[in-house]
Design a binder for this molecule. Structure first.
Ligand SMILES: Cc1ncc(COP(=O)(O)O)c(C=O)c1O
Length: 357
């Protein structure tokens, strides 16, 4: 099966093979070398200075990285503005609520563009806001929330920017320095093409000097970072997932880094998008508003999601449904993973067969 859902992704043979490397105790030097390698490689993707930034590795899915970021980095007297325009923005708010943070949701419809003028009015009306959290690529719809203008606003109002980069890290541009990104939560099993099990947060080291009594034991980034900086780990990590991630990161490097991956995604996504448009299938969002990772499309006339899904699955492809109310009207296609143009040709043929049969 070829996975066109937004992670877990179709793995390359070498990443799969890395899963059967030798058994390893997570308290041995070989494990710490592996941990150090991964931490370095993650920073290298966006050319980040290890003195200024740290990558902190967690065993958990993308949500664990979101929760670690939100619960660990906002000081007791801080206030968080959360921009919501999809499931994951709303999840950031839920996390803030559960951890008892002082936060304000900036709620938009799923897929709606962020109106910066309104965000600015909100910031002016709530001068106690210290941090802003936003999802970079809202996988709910495929909308890419453009971070550059948001970051300008944050700079002007002296607000620290937290990013959910779970479905963009490793493929979309993330200009940590110029956009003043304080922290970015991400995961191994999306644009980095590894398995689920390891997630991580890239943080500015300054952010770890936060004035805060820990809100969480297991997800406290300060604890993880202090240990990981000193050849240690606070808890058992998923060793095999580390093996796979190290291999996936080597593969990314050898292929030309995130720019090469971005170009590959861009050409694959343009191809699927244009081919589907030629078949009369309409995208949910314009190309400028869409990520290169995943696009949403309206279901073809007279075909339900289940019919489409089951037909494609029977022929070797997994696509993804819309979430919530969108489940009735859209389907989603992601091109993350070890996917090639010939796979997409086959997919388009299947769409033709289904539509014209
Ligand atoms: C943008 C974004 N944030 C967070 C998550 C949550 O990740 P997980 O399901 O791995 O916990 C996802 C998952 O698809 C996502 O796309």
């Amino acid at each position: 099966l070829i996975l066109l859902n937004p992670g877990p992704v179709t793995l390359s043979e070498r990443v799969k093979n890395a899963l059967s490397k030798p058994d390893l105790c997570h308290r041995e030097i070989e494990f710490f070398q592996l941990q150090n390698n991964i931490r370095e490689k993650l920073l290298k993707i966006y050319n980040l200075d290890p003195h200024k930034y740290a990558s902190i590795l967690l065993t958990g899915s993308g949500t664990s990285a979101m929760e670690a970021m939100i619960s660990s980095l906002i000081p007791t007297d801080g206030k968080l503005l959360v921009i919501e325009n999809g499931v994951y923005g709303e999840r950031l708010s839920k996390i803030a609520k559960i951890h008892g943070l002082n936060y304000l949701p900036f709620h938009l419809q799923w897929g709606e563009e962020i109106d910066l003028h309104c965000v600015e009015i909100c910031l002016r009306n709530h001068q106690d806001i210290t941090h802003l959290a936003v999802v970079h690529h809202e996988t709910t719809t495929g909308r890419l929330n453009h971070l550059a203008p948001i970051s300008h606003l944050c700079k002007r109002y002296n607000i620290k920017l937290l990013v959910d980069g779970v479905s963009s890290f490793g493929a979309e541009d993330l200009d940590f320095e110029n956009w003043n990104i304080l922290a970015c939560a991400a995961t191994a099993n999306k644009c980095l093409h590894s398995i689920p099990g390891t997630s991580f947060v890239i943080v500015e080291r300054e952010a770890l000097k936060v004035n805060l009594t820990p809100r969480t034991l297991y997800l406290d980034l300060l604890t993880y970072c202090a240990k990981q900086d000193n050849n240690a780990t606070p808890f058992t990590q998923s060793v095999q997932s580390f093996y796979a991630l190290e291999e996936a990161l080597s593969e990314l490097e050898e292929e030309g880094g995130y720019i090469a991956r971005k170009n590959k995604y861009q050409s694959l996504m343009n191809y699927v998008r244009n081919q589907l448009i030629n078949l009369g299938i309409k995208p949910l969002l314009s190309q400028e508003d869409s990520s290169i990772v995943l696009n949403s499309f309206y279901l073809p006339e007279g075909i339900t999601y289940n019919q489409l899904h089951d037909y494609l699955k029977a022929n070797g492809f997994i696509i993804y449904a819309g979430q919530g109310e969108l489940a009735k009207t859209i389907f989603r296609i992601s091109i993350m993973g070890d996917i090639f143009l010939q796979d997409l040709d086959k997919l388009i043929d299947l769409f033709k067969q289904l539509i014209y049969q």
